[in-house]
Design a protein around this ligand. Sequence first.
Ligand code: ZN
Length: 246
Amino acid sequence: MRCLVISDIHANLTAFEAVLADAGKFDVIWCLGDMVGYGPDPNECIERLREFPHVCVAGNHDWAVLGQLSLEDFNVDAQRASLWTRQQLTPDNRAYLESLPVKLVEEEKFTLVHGSPRQPIWEYILYPSVAKPNFAHFSTHFCFVGHTHAPAIFRYREAEHDSNVCELLEIYYSRPMLLGNDRLIINPGSVGQPRDGDARASYLILDTEALTIEYRRVYYPVEVIQARMDEANLPVRLITRLSYGW
Ligand code: ZN
């Protein structure tokens, strides 16, 4: 099965469409949460995702829009965007977000969460020191996470003398990487608001038979969504950061 693995669309339909066009044929979408928040197209993104066979877990921004998380944990710009999104969301799309689980297991081998297996909604796995204890919190071989908006692969290996090792692997783009025998935590990066200094949308394709992942980056016209954000009077900082991918 060919899975399109995406995360953190953040109501950026322009980036989402670019990913869908670039991905080629796939059987299913695995979405790791944060469909909404920051961007101008919350309803459009949810509705577009729902056109495909897919599974999706909830992210912190999805919960914030539903009022399931306090906005006090957000910075002022994220708060404004969240309140704006709350007003825009149709009852049907709101019900869809409410229906999302926080953790899923797919094809027996893959756990799906937004933040981390230990704290699915909030924890950021940015470093091996945070990834390492998280390997005890899921039972499948692999785990997909989002939330940091930065592509990453953490590998856990049982080393000699009981000193298990967790390390960050180098990511290669546009070619299949074999998942191998070691347990991994894999972040596909963000579709709608990359934060690794590359403004292009980030995603990956998983082949569940060959057990490979292929990371990809795809250009999208940032100025098109920026104009829509401007029209919606969304915070300027959220508009400019898309140009730089931070
Ligand atoms: Zn996010």
